[in-house]
Design a protein around this ligand. Sequence first.
Ligand code: EPZ
Length: 419
Amino acid sequence: MDQFVIEGGRPLRGEVEIGGSKNAALPILIATLLTDEPCRLDNVPTRLRDIRTTIRLLESLGKTVAVRGGSVLVSSAGSLKTQAPYEIVKQMRASVLAAGPLLARFGLVRVPIPGGCAIGLRPIDIHLKAFRELGAREIADHGDVILSAAPQLAGGRVRLRFPSVGATEHVMLAAAATPARTIIDNAAREPEIADLAAFLVKLGAKVGGAGGSRVVVEGQRRLRGARHRVMADRIEAGTFLIACAAAGGRLRLRGARGADLAAVIAALKRAGAAVSARGDGLEIEMRGRPRPVSIATAPYPGFPTDLQAPWMALMALASGASIVSEAVFENRFMHAAELGRMGASIGVSGAEAAIAGVARLTGAPVMACDLRAGAALVIAALAAKGRTTVQRVYHIDRGYERLERKLCEVGGRVRRVKR
Ligand code: EPZ
């Protein structure tokens, strides 16, 4: 298992290219199951493990997929299967989204119920309740769920009990191939939802309200192929912003969209960073220690849960005390103990972490336990005095393309050691 060896204590200076969004690309890749015609997706972070897993999922269901750099060409090689393999779903829970398009097109699908992961149980009850309300019947069978809808899914109105990103995307995917009107109330408002909606419209569906709490989809029996450029990864951009706030310096993030990160940028400004829109991206400058800024994660447009761990790493260095509250996932503070090994002073109680900022973190051997916790440890290591080894970098490779190379290009001293 690869490790990162990081020599900390230097500011970040220069320009970073922000890649395509993992969390937009995954549902959009799965949306190619809605049509038998060829699709081309550009600006896809094809080096990411989760993207490779999704490509294997599409191939296992009967698609032919070619990867050309950051472009993915998906075409049909005959009829699609209606059973997603456990071997793939167990690696990446977003694979479950394949059920929607197959159920809508063929009236029957069998998918493994995704297991939990480090940050929580990750149930899909909201997804399944929505499909029942749209006319599907479900049977649990040996770890799988079989969904059927004869003669097909109906349209209708569903209200999500929580604005789940995956459940919103899942219903949109099924509704796009259902020749009726489907209304989703209390829909998630994340920017990735709007990117998926844009692709579904290119396929021939009508989608209104994406980005708001009510999404309306008018589906079509037959959808066409399309080409789409995936949006920039706002979580990667936010990670680099927070890294610069922690290590100091001045960074330009080419391709980053400030509108996707308003809550994070507001918190960074309160912490003392200068953040501004520059040309086709963002620029951040930071001098001295961050001021303490408490945050509570929330569904978009609130502070994103995926940047909670990086924020905690920044607050570990703040000139005072702050509180980080995690309201989206039930177990997303595992990075606190690893940051403590580097000298951070953090107490966790339930959904709250109390952080007493310290003037200096020191390098130490630490272990990534999930994707964003790993990013938090890299951020802490860049700011710390001395050497840090971050173990289990495969977690980080799920969501950050060539992180070590991008950081080295702006003054970070990060080396990947193959184990
Ligand atoms: C998406 O996960 C993202 N993943 C996550 O990013 C992100 O943290 C999350 O949205 C929240 O923004 C992708 O887009 C691939 P949810 P998702 O459904 O869709 C509970 C990363 O680091 N819930 O909005 O799974 C759930 O347990 C990943 O890139 C139910 O209870 O998130 C969680 O507590 C991590 N029942 C909360 O809702 C359900 O049926 C939010 O989950 C569905 C969800």
